[in-house]
Design a protein around this ligand. Structure first.
Ligand code: PAF
Length: 287
């Protein structure tokens, strides 16, 4: 199936209105393109959960804190459209930057608190850009449901909060992180890793698993868990850890003691490429 390629807000609105008239529910999968099997899992979930699936492909300039990162971000619209067709999406919405941010655009969405820790500490303005573009996509496409990946755990928490706070009539759904056989989380940024660094990247997931195992074994001290995990990475000097935190999954604030569910989240640099990953962990029940 070849999905229809929609370039303007008017086109996407007209198409969505037709589908609604035909009684179909609308699903949205927001992406920045360079689609891979992780996005494929989002499209599959959307296909199962909505009658008409729109995939947006838009490299959103307002969420990049560095111009060079924005410019280096992989762009591959033709193959993205083909990918969406193979996965059964019905439409691809690929607007220009001025379609989304026309001259005079001055409104931004900030989810205070949740936007500040973890990636927010190192990427000023990033989540303001994400929340703004997702709010706009919700307003443009007006989906019943929208799907996001759990690899971007902070983004997901922020989008859920924003949707709740702004009373947006969209159900925010999530899909588990898709990994290579060696554990590396799929990401559009992996394309920029050189072959040697690709071999090193799974060490990040192994460190997360070490932390997860320490918690499952009863360690309640975040510093000790962190130390055990980071010890695994010290012999790989090419991996530069930006943060490795054990946080409350709702508030994203670091925990002083691990006595309930936690999110273990990291960001690291590898050969000039910034990677993020996370896992959930659960302290064993007391008694
Ligand atoms: O996760 C992404 O690809 C982006 O942050 C999103 C949600 C499409 C907003 O630009």
């Amino acid at each position: 199936m070849t999905p229809c390629l929609l370039r303007t807000i008017e086109e996407v609105r007209a198409q969505v209105a037709d589908e609604r008239r035909a009684g179909r529910t609308i699903g949205l999968v927001p992406t920045m393109g360079a689609l891979h099997a992780g996005h494929g899992a989002l499209i599959d979930a959307a296909r199962a959960g909505a009658g008409f699936v729109v995939v947006s492909v838009f490299v959103n300039p307002t969420q990049f804190d560095r111009r060079d990162d924005f410019e280096a971000y992989a762009r591959s619209l033709e193959s993205d459209v083909a990918f969406c067709g193979e996965r059964g999406a019905h439409a691809v919405f690929a607007p220009s930057a001025t379609e989304i941010y026309p001259p005079g655009h001055s409104t931004f969405v900030e989810v205070t608190g949740l936007q500040d820790p973890l990636c927010g500490r190192f990427r000023p303005g990033h989540f303001r850009g994400v929340a703004t573009v997702v709010a706009k996509l919700f307003g443009i496409v007006q989906p019943d449901r929208a799907w996001f990946g759990e690899k971007d755990a902070q983004q997901l928490a922020i989008i859920r909060r924003m949707t709740l706070d702004l009373n947006l009539p969209v159900a925010v759904e999530s899909v588990a992180t898709v990994r290579d056989a060696d554990g590396r989380a799929l990401s559009s940024r992996n394309q920029r890793l050189n072959p040697d660094d690709r071999q090193l990247a799974p060490a990040l997931f192994r460190a997360l698993r070490t932390a997860q195992a320490a918690i499952a074994a009863g360690c309640t001290d975040p510093a000790a868990v962190r130390e055990a995990a980071l010890a695994e990475l010290r012999h790989i000097p090419r991996i530069e850890i930006e943060y490795f935190e054990i946080v409350d999954p709702e508030t994203l604030q670091v925990v002083a003691r691990i006595d309930g569910p936690v999110l273990i989240a990291l960001a690291a640099w590898l050969g000039g490429v910034r990677l993020i990953d996370n896992v959930r962990a659960f302290a064993p029940a007391a008694g």
